[in-house]
Ligand binder design. Structure first.
Ligand code: ADP
Ligand code: ZN
Length: 618
């Protein structure tokens, strides 16, 4: 470390650090093919490479891997990466191999001979990184192996798995504090995308990281465009959304129930999409197969319950669609966060209606959980409903929920096409009177019929054509009324009685509205025209569009490569890299080398073929 013999202790450190920063950038460019560190990456790399412990909180897609991969190459010895996602280790190691980095993994999928070879490689010092499953790492045998080897650092990925209150709790993670006890001199870096303060302090405590420097990144995902639409005919709306904007793209469609997953997947397949179901009720083999196809092939739409997600490391998911309402903003953010990890434009789309509110409230009320749990769940649902009904920027609202202040984003439905609000005081009064006059025993469908003056069989059977409210709402159409009832429930001005088959009832808060003492503003229910604004990637600016023909040829070439090497397509090159090639049409290797995602190894391996494709006249 003492390369500046003339300087004092402190500045020698600074000099060494500067030196380290240059080397880090060199590795970033030559090996990973990236031009610059993103956000706090550079600082984190310098800190860990210098021997410090770190806790890194970064959103999904923020670039956590480089925070330990670059120090792994800067420091002497092998970096040990703890990851709960066994299914992914192979792909991660495959991706590193493409970059010329010496990486391997140890988990239960390996046969004994391969495991032994890997252990020997570790001891002989020929590995830069070794991925290990947590349950294996904490065995005496593995710990002994580590003490015979030179360890560069420990990286603990998905560190929130130590949290007993979180949904990803992994008991094996609790044992990881042993790493610090056995190897006190080895720096440790824990990483997670779970932001809340409780989880954060639990990680520090349980992993013995009290002294670690904490790096908190913004949780904004600027490339994700959020849109929440009024649910009318959900399937048709979904179809339009996918057809118009994501015809050949990979995406995830979330549904609440297994049955709906199966039905939606079958229906999308019937519409010509490569759609596959995924839920916990399927046998383990087809589940693993569908996950693997989604991960490795292009353009697959996976239709899933929330059982699908953790362990999905696909950077080019272009959309996440919700056909049903999630339980909380945390859930919504985690699920939508799986879109666009590569930083390219992606969509988070949700269709939401009154039935969703009714369903989620019923799930809470009818659960066996404690009153405390129900109270918390109910508050979380209210926060999510606030997001759905908001007329302001969705992102401002989301980030605010996570304690981050921001300005209107310009990349959500409400920013691009501001919703109109209208004075719904009269409509709300009419709706609430209809609930009251009909005895608080009917759901929205019937109440809308009464308000609109439809004397159908059900209305006649109950003599509701004789009520004073019959026909007083003929001025609004059915959609508008649906919006009114949904917003009344979302605002707590009416409630759903689950004991009485979803009948709507008045609440304490209804009274002021009924008496005309409280004005009510609502969002207007309209089928939105999609905002016609052109998208540019965050780094984009005014770039020319990629050459579509060249892009298609590049993708076909990449697919052949991926098949031959049995790795996912994005491991060969990312979508963003292909797009930039198709945009800039590099005619020689030097120009190609300047494109993001092309490091030395990839240039050597694929450069000639890519330049040939560019020069080929299509
Ligand atoms: P996370 O683990 O935080 O979800 P990853 O480490 O998988 O994120 O990185 C997400 C994506 O961002 C990857 O496609 C990666 O190649 C890319 N990336 C990360 N850091 C940089 C950088 N400094 N410059 C360009 N791309 C980057
Ligand atoms: Zn916005």
């Amino acid at each position: 470390m003492s390369e500046a013999p003339f300087a004092m202790e402190g500045s020698a450190g600074v000099v060494a650090m500067l030196h380290g920063t240059e080397r880090a950038l060199e590795i970033l460019r030559a090996t990973f093919g990236h031009k610059a560190f993103r956000g706090a990456q550079g600082e984190i790399v310098a800190h860990v490479a210098g021997g410090g412990d770190a806790l890194v909180l970064m959103p999904t897609g923020g670039g956590k891997s480089l925070c330990y991969q670059v120090p792994a190459l800067l420091r002497e010895g092998t970096a040990i990466v703890v990851s709960p996602l066994i299914a992914l280790m192979q792909d991660q190691v495959g991706a590193l191999a493409q970059l010329g980095v010496g990486a391997a993994f140890l988990n239960s999928t390996l046969d004994a001979a391969t495991a032994r070879d890997t252990e020997r490689a570790l001891e002989s010092g020929s590995l830069d990184l070794l991925y290990v499953a947590p349950e294996r790492l904490t065995t005496p045998r593995c710990l002994d192996l580590l003490s015979r080897s030179k360890i560069a650092l420990f990286a603990i990925d998905e560190a929130h798995c130590v949290s007993q209150w979180g949904h990803d709790f992994r008991p094996e993670y609790l044992q990881l504090s042993i790493l610090h006890e056995r190897f006190p001199a080895v720096p440790r870096i824990a990483l997670t995308a779970t932001a809340d303060p409780q989880t954060r302090s639990e990680i520090r405590r349980r992993l013995g990281l009290d002294e670690a420097r904490v790096f908190v990144s913004s949780f904004d995902r600027p490339n994700i465009r959020y849109a929440i639409v009024d649910k009318q005919e959900a399937r048709a709306q979904l179809l339009r959304f996918i057809r118009d904007e994501h015809a050949d793209d990979a995406g995830i469609v979330y549904c609440l129930s297994r049955r709906k997953v199966d039905e939606t997947a079958a229906w999308l397949s019937g519409q010509g999409f490569a759609a596959l179901p995924y839920h916990a009720g399927m046998d383990a083999r087809s589940r693993a197969e569908h996950q693997a196809r989604f991960q490795r092939e292009e353009g697959i739409v996976i239709v899933a319950t929330i059982a699908f997600g953790m362990g999905i490391d696909k950077p080019d998911v272009r959309f996440v669609a919700h056909l049903d309402l999630p339980k909380s903003i945390e859930g919504y953010y985690q699920e939508t966060g799986r879109a666009g990890r590569d930083g390219e434009p992606a969509d988070a789309w949700m269709a939401y209606g009154l039935a969703d509110v009714v369903q989620q409230r019923r799930l809470i009320e009818q659960s066996e959980a404690s009153d405390e749990f129900k109270r918390v769940s109910s508050a979380k649902l209210d926060a999510l409903l606030g997001l759905c009904e908001s007329a302001g920027c969705r992102r401002v609202r989301l980030l605010d929920y996570f304690g981050e202040a921001s300005a209107p984003c310009g990349n959500c439905d409400n920013c691009l096409d501001p919703p109109q609000t209208w004075d719904a005081t009269e409509a709300a009064r009419k709706a609430l009177s209809a609930i009251y006059r009909s005895g608080q025993r009917f759901g929205a469908v019937h109440l809308i019929d009464v308000l609109r003056g439809r004397d159908n069989e059900r209305v006649l059977r109950w003599d509701h054509h004789k009520l004073s409210v019959f026909g007083i709402g003929a001025d609004l159409d059915e959609n508008a009324w649906r919006g009114v009832f949904r917003q009344l429930v979302a605002m707590g001005l009416a409630r759903v009685d689950h004991e009485a088959h979803g009948a709507l009832r008045l609440t304490e808060a209804s009274r002021a509205v009924l008496k005309g003492e409280q004005p009510v503003a609502m969002r207007r229910a309209v089928e939105r025209k999609r905002a016609a604004t052109r998208r540019s990637s965050p780094a984009g600016g005014d770039l020319p569009a990629p050459d579509a023909d060249l892009l298609a040829r590049l993708k076909a070439w990449r697919l052949t490569q991926a098949r031959e090497q049995a790795v996912p397509a994005y491991v060969i090159l990312h979508d963003s890299t292909l797009a930039e090639i198709a945009r800039r049409r590099p005619a020689d290797l030097d120009t190609l080398a300047g494109i993001g995602g092309i490091g030395e190894r990839k240039l050597e391996r694929y450069g000639a073929s890519i330049v040939a494709l560019v020069l080929e006249r299509g």
